[in-house]
Write a protein of this length. Sequence first.
Length: 317
Amino acid sequence: YSFLYFQVLKAFDYSSPWKGQQQMYKLDIGWPKIPEYFTGQTFCVAVDSLHRLVYVGQRGDNVPKVLVFSEEGYFLYSWNNTVEMPHGIFVLNTATDSSVWITDVGTGKYGHTVKQYSPSGKLMQVLGTPGNAGSSLIPLQFDQPAEVFVEESGDIYIVDGDGGMNNRLLKLSNDYKEIWLTGTNGTGIGQFKIPHSVTVDPFGRVWVADRDNKRIQVFDKVTGEWLGSWSSCFSEDGPYSVRFTANYKYLIVAQLNINRLAILAAPPVGSIGDCIMVNTVQLADETKPHLVDVDMKSGAVYVAEIGAQQVQKYIPL
């Protein structure tokens, strides 16, 4: 096995397009046009690359919970209804419509839910029991659900929880029935300690930032079977986010405590191996990058920073 792995590494090095490459992204200092619209702690960001919109979820008393910007950085509108404490946000575009999915970790009457909104903020669907922290025994009973990822087919992937009772990854059908569920609290294979972010690649794999275990775990999207994990890149700080670049060649991972974005080589079909860190983007002290999203058309990376209380946009060079 180790010999095989060495061969893979060698192959990687040999064809490596990024050897000695200095910088892959640069900050777009003109985004947003007016940063003063950020009035709370910006926890999450989602890009609608079809309609060229950027959604930001923020927390705080008497602040709009969702802000909507244009791709160029102009503030468009905000909405506030039925969102208590946004944690993760995701935009789904299908052939017929668009929707915005938000995980709400609040402890009040709206919390512990995963909610679907229209782009203008109309509540369309609530998963979970609002205001009730769940137990892992009931699939649709969440306890601080961290993030949601929805495929065009309507299949839904949820990582639940951001420090609550549940430490699990579940897949739901487009009519909200459980397809599979995996994970309990722990450090073993397929167990989680704060599964914090989730994404799916075109090769049928689900990637989870297993934050407090300082690793990324990978699962088969059809069966939920464990495929592998990456830990060697996260000795300094666990992964807070997982998002692919537009070409699916790299994974962008936020590391909140060391104020860094790590850019990892995404393995093609086959063995997961261990992670290879290709590049990093060092952010300013106390920025605290929490979750990121990628514009799948332009390749721009948006970073929600709870320390700096802003979202920053990085453009690929």
